[in-house]
Design a protein around this ligand. Sequence first.
Ligand SMILES: Nc1ncnc2c1ncn2[C@@H]1O[C@H](COP(=O)(O)OP(=O)(O)OP(=O)(O)O)[C@@H](O)[C@H]1O
Ligand SMILES: [K+]
Ligand SMILES: [Mg+2]
Length: 701
Amino acid sequence: MNSAATTPRSKSSRFRPGDRRLKRRKSRVSTKGLYIRAIRDTFIKLSPQSAIKNPIMFLVWLGTIITLVATIYPPIFGPVTQKNSQLFNGLVTITLFLTVLFANFAEALAQGRGKAQADALRSTRTETSAKKIVVDGTITEIPSTTLKTGDTVYVVAGDIIPADGEVILGVASVDESAITGESAPVLKESGSDVASSVTGGTRIISDELIIRITTDPGKGFIDRMIDLVEGAERTKTPNEMALTILLAVLTLVFLFVVTTLPAFAYYVNSPINITVLIALLVALIPTTIGGLLNAIGIAGMDRVAQFNIIATSGRAVEASGDINTLILDKTGTITLGNRLAEAFIPINGHSMAEIANIALAASIFDDTPEGKSIVRLAEKFGAKFDIDRKQAQGVEFSAKTRMSGTNLPGGYEARKGAVGAIKSFVRSRHGKETPELDTAYEEVSHHGGTPLAVCLNNEIYGVIYLKDIVKPGIHERFDQLRRMGVRTVMLTGDNRITAAVIAREAGVDEFIAEATPEDKITVIKREQAEGKLVAMTGDGTNDAPALAQANVGVAMNTGTQAAKEAANMVDLDSDPTKLIDIVSIGKQLLITRGALTTFSFANDIAKYFAILPVIFVAANLESLNFMKLNSANSAVLSALIYNALIIPFLIPLALKGVKFRPLSANQLLQRNILIYGFGGVITPFIAIKLIDVLITFVGLT
Ligand SMILES: Nc1ncnc2c1ncn2[C@@H]1O[C@H](COP(=O)(O)OP(=O)(O)OP(=O)(O)O)[C@@H](O)[C@H]1O
Ligand SMILES: [K+]
Ligand SMILES: [Mg+2]
């Protein structure tokens, strides 16, 4: 952390109480277009190269072809009976084909939104030319796609910034709506930690800038964003891999069972035909979750994108659902962050005028919002700075020194800062500390304010009260997190008392006061050593190592390139509280997948009971047919129709995610088993019975 952390970011300063600022990225595509595209992709996905990527559905696809052959030429797999009629084979074929199409459609629909977003992004990235500054200082125009890391370019109002980079000279306003969807221009200037990074594809709307390019062609932020929303880079996450393997193993087991059935059936004198065997196989293998698994993952990434967050990997999104510890800083994240000087408290017999004068002198070069507000307050008290500015020299604030000030002519040093920092400053100059200082500083701290001690050389004049307010609603959000089993740790450079007061008011579980930027990484490592997953936000260059170390590191879009590269998510709105939403989205993704897996497995039990009696009907195991389905054929068909229809039925749930409640992992598990496990067993019995009655009524079997 550095001075950047105390500067309200251009965007978070627009935070209004109660305003969640989670306006969603406006969808630039029509729903109709989305569906047309999804239907087209549904059929493209039937190609073998594409179909094989989903082994479960591929097996169904193979089964469809076999039953199709049996439909065209029924005697091919044995004598034609009523159980093996052309009509029955044909109906099974259609049902199986629909099953494959439904699964393809689910995936295509999930991908569709991302593809549409990618198209929109591509259209903003027109082929631009760049004004490259060459060694002798002259400018040559080259295509922006040939720019490399380290090149220097010149841009002027109206130009599109040709590639990602850092401003090295100039101040200008930039329209970043192409990436953030936010129309208000953002100020960019060199030297500033938070405002010096620019993104290729955005447009400069005033003044001019000189930019050093920080990415190679095709590797820029917008390129990465396109790859991501399009799903080009989507590799299966570890969780998805594990589930895919489980599903594959289950499928193999069922495949084995089903292929050994004919021998067994023959033994009990009840030969089975191939169509029924395939139907049984398809009913048993986990087609529901197999068909929806990819859609769930893609939709999770998409939900993150809708919150204006760029996640660089699906793994990060999932990890955010497993987070145990959330590290947040105080100023600007938990509090509103526009700390303003509220009062001066003179001590040691000094007057209000004296402290106001020294505070003014110590703040005259301080550009932080704190510094500026101190100047305003001091001037209200009639303080004046009548020394020639050129004779004085500013001492910039840093989170490490925790103070700032001005060196005045004649060797005078005016300083203000954290009480501990000023105490040691005064001590090093053989000044004395008084109990009055502690009284004043404790009073401010007990109000949750930040006390700044003011001194001139070795004499302390008093305390400035910087007022800061806990964001409304933050307490409830931490309560939610606690219910989800997530611990929150507040890290602040402020003193222990202030930290304790704010921590209590905000309801965080733990706080660390007088923290240096390095402490962030220490805390992360400590938590990780205990086997915990940690999430944090940051924006400064010195946050980069911690962002990289955290399991989920969210960089602010206003932050430096270093921070953005180290993080695995970038928040385009630069709202540090969004970390809380990210955790919720991740949890929802994991829960949705878990719920639908449970439902899928539970479903198969019922289908098994619907079909099994059919197979052993000749063996007089009629007692197995407790569902009293009309006929063998209608039982098989009903189970298959249910098996197909359940996929489109669950698509909305897979894409939207199951209703999310902030509960602990254990409570969630219990809830899910109850709803999706129990429901998953009951639903198909009822549905299959209904379908059986219906198809018998219309005379299909
Ligand atoms: N402009 C400033 N001049 C002098 N001292 C400052 C200034 N801004 C902050 N301080 C002091 O330095 C301390 C550390 O600042 P730092 O930015 O590291 O932490 P913070 O803003 O209090 O909390 P957080 O880390 O949550 O942002 C502050 O608590 C305050 O006492
Ligand atoms: K199934
Ligand atoms: Mg700060």
